[in-house]
Ligand binder design. Structure first.
Ligand code: NAP
Length: 318
């Protein structure tokens, strides 16, 4: 199977040695030690959502390469089956199960499929995500923006956790990795309302749950990812100009989460933002809003017919 298109940075500075050095300096660093990873995951059951593309695919391949039995979940069943087939052909162990996080029945069926087959989950990687960068006036007539972002980023992962956590707690062990975004620890940004709010909601919910589940041996790492060059970030032109991690580098961060089980993993600015944010938040948000009004809506954000027949006027530029 040809690997998924994970478009790298377009800008030669970002793609070159300087860009790689910036990415390395910002971190978070991944685990580049296959033997440590193997000690942690060999013979274990690892569930990876959103394993058909990007970071999820890279994570599934990495964990399977270290001896885990990986359960791959996503909607693109042909891709999942092909990835699982490649893992198996290389001597690994993988099962592909359909999963649509927006559908309550699909999540229930996926969780039942995991528990019927294996009876336990050692690692649960909440990786599937739906990004949306669209000004809110283009979403007035698009209820799908609301249902898909909350379904994939918030309600679906909540339902999946509720279905799998009892077995993890009963076993007295297990580690959950939530792939969140550094955006949720930065000031609010125009155009990202659905994505960032749904990621933030699940982040908080998962952390609350972890305070309870820890007593039963189930722990949580939240990976506040910075830019990863995948098909998710590719439609936003300015992100293509920036240095960022490859899916394989980000998968090594997930591996580090699994092996060392820290509470959080974040790029450098994720450490700096929390103490700074209360001081600058209001001004930064005002400034971003003003700047945003000078920038026209991208082709990607207009996709889906929202602007093909505009029914709602764009807000005025002051
Ligand atoms: N790329 C970045 O710059 C970046 C930055 C910060 C955080 N993140 C986070 O990193 C994670 C991985 O993103 P990525 O960059 O690897 O994106 P990606 O390449 O677009 O992959 C997203 C994955 O989510 C799955 N997915 C989407 N909708 C789904 C649904 N309804 N049900 C089940 N699975 C669904 C997709 O599979 P199907 O389409 O086959 O269902 C795909 O496997 C996400 O949680 C994202 O929020 C990414």
């Amino acid at each position: 199977m040809t690997p998924a298109a994970n478009p790298g940075p377009r800008n030669t500075l970002a793609a070159g040695a300087l860009g790689r050095a910036v990415t390395r300096a910002l971190g978070p660093r991944g685990l580049n030690d296959q033997r440590r990873l193997r000690r942690a995951v060999d013979g274990k059951i690892a569930v990876v959502t959103g394993a058909s593309y990007g970071l999820g695919e890279a994570t599934a391949r990495l964990l399977a390469g270290a001896g885990a039995t990986v359960v791959l979940g996503a909607r693109s069943v042909d891709r999942l089956a092909a990835i699982a087939g490649e893992i198996t052909a290389a001597g690994g162990s993988a099962v592909a199960l359909p999963l649509d996080l927006v559908s309550e029945e699909s999540v229930a069926g996926f969780a039942a499929g995991v528990l019927d087959r294996f009876g336990r989950v050692d690692y649960l990687v909440h990786n599937a995500g739906k990004s949306l960068r669209r000004p809110v006036h283009l979403s007035y007539q698009r209820p799908k923006d609301l249902t898909s972002s909350t379904g994939v980023n918030y309600l679906g992962p909540m339902r999946l956790t509720l279905a799998l956590l009892p077995a993890m707690r009963a076993a007295g062990s297990g580690h959950i990795v939530n792939v969140s975004t550094a955006g949720v620890i930065l000031p609010a940004m125009p155009k990202w309302s659905f994505y960032l709010s749904s990621k933030a909601a699940f982040d908080f919910w998962m952390r609350c749950v972890a305070t309870e589940a820890r007593a039963d041996g189930v722990t949580l790492t939240t990976f506040y990812a910075g830019l990863i060059h995948t098909r998710m970030s590719a439609p936003t032109p300015w992100l293509r100009e920036m240095p960022g991690q490859t899916p394989e580098q980000a998968a090594q961060v997930v591996a580090r989460a699994i092996v060392t089980k820290p509470n959080t993993l974040t790029p450098l600015y994720g450490h700096l933002a929390p103490p700074m944010t209360p001081l600058v938040r209001a001004r930064v948000e005002l400034l971003l809003g003003r700047l945003d009004r000078r920038i026209s809506d991208s082709r990607a954000s207009r996709a889906g017919g929202a602007l093909a027949a505009p029914v709602v006027p764009a807000p005025r530029v002051h």
